[in-house]
Design a protein around this ligand. Structure first.
Ligand SMILES: Cc1cc2nc3c(=O)[nH]c(=O)nc-3n(C[C@H](O)[C@H](O)[C@H](O)COP(=O)(O)OP(=O)(O)OC[C@H]3O[C@@H](n4cnc5c(N)ncnc54)[C@H](O)[C@@H]3O)c2cc1C
Length: 209
């Protein structure tokens, strides 16, 4: 059976993408989401017109091989957090705010630019987006010592299904716990994460046997 080639809305971000099945819709609109208000507007309009929303993070290509973030069997809008990329480090507090579009590699690079003794325990592959990764757990080389990425998250800013922006206080303990492993898209659209930095030695030795 011939595979379906997705429309330009999807191939803009995922060149060469081909669906494994033919029964998926293409997104009607790609919501570039340069800030929170655009995401709120997309949520309100989608609800009004009974459209589904898919939330996409990731780098230039998708890291979600099941297509959960960009496929739907009914008409939908794709909210592509392509512009939310800022990473701001507070070395005194040993914390960092990371906006949703950042990849794990962006995060590691920015931490390394600012400190030789701090790191973050997340995955090995730098191209993975932080949202799917953090909200799914996040296993990496430092997991034995510091736990999963999700265990080192202290706050998140989230837009819920009613298009309300929730900060750490409004998110509360139960929802924060659920997001850290339960998959972000089950609960809303995450726009930023606050993470706890961990200590790493300034010099490491790498060897093979
Ligand atoms: C090459 C490769 C290497 C990998 N290496 C590791 C590894 O070392 N350790 C590890 O633990 N995992 C690893 N993974 C798995 C990876 O963590 C998951 O695939 C993760 O879901 C990717 O997240 P993403 O944001 O890039 O993907 P996306 O496709 O953007 O999203 C994945 C899911 O998260 C949802 N989502 C995205 N953004 C948001 C948002 N802002 N708010 C709410 N929900 C959102 C999407 O809707 C979708 O359901 C690897 C995957 C690949 C492809």
């Amino acid at each position: 059976m011939a595979k379906k080639i997705p429309s330009a809305i999807l191939t803009f971000r995922f060149p060469g993408l081909v669906y494994f099945e033919n029964n998926f819709e293409d997104p009607m609109i790609r919501n570039g989401a340069p800030d929170e208000t655009e995401i709120q507007a997309a949520l309100v309009c989608s609800k009004k017109h009974a459209l589904q929303i898919r939330v996409k993070n990731g780098g230039g290509m998708t890291r979600d091989y099941e297509g959960l973030s960009y496929l739907c069997k009914t008409p939908f809008v794709i909210s592509d957090l392509v512009d939310l990329r800022l990473i701001s480090i507070d070395l005194e507090e040993e914390t960092t705010w990371v906006l949703s579009k950042a990849t794990v590699g962006d995060l590691y690079y920015t931490i390394a630019q600012n400190s030789r003794i701090h790191g973050f325990p997340a995955g090995i592959c730098q191209c993975v987006g932080i949202d799917g990764h953090f909200s799914g757990g996040g296993v990496g080389t430092m997991t034995r010592q510091y736990g999963l990425a999700a265990e080192n998250i202290t706050a998140t800013n989230l837009i819920d299904a009613d298009a309300r922006i929730l900060n750490r206080e409004a998110v509360g303990e139960d929802l924060l716990l659920a997001i850290r492993g339960g998959g972000g898209a089950s609960f809303g659209i995450i726009v930023a994460w606050k993470i706890k930095l961990v200590w790493v030695p300034p010099v490491v030795t790498v060897f093979t046997i």
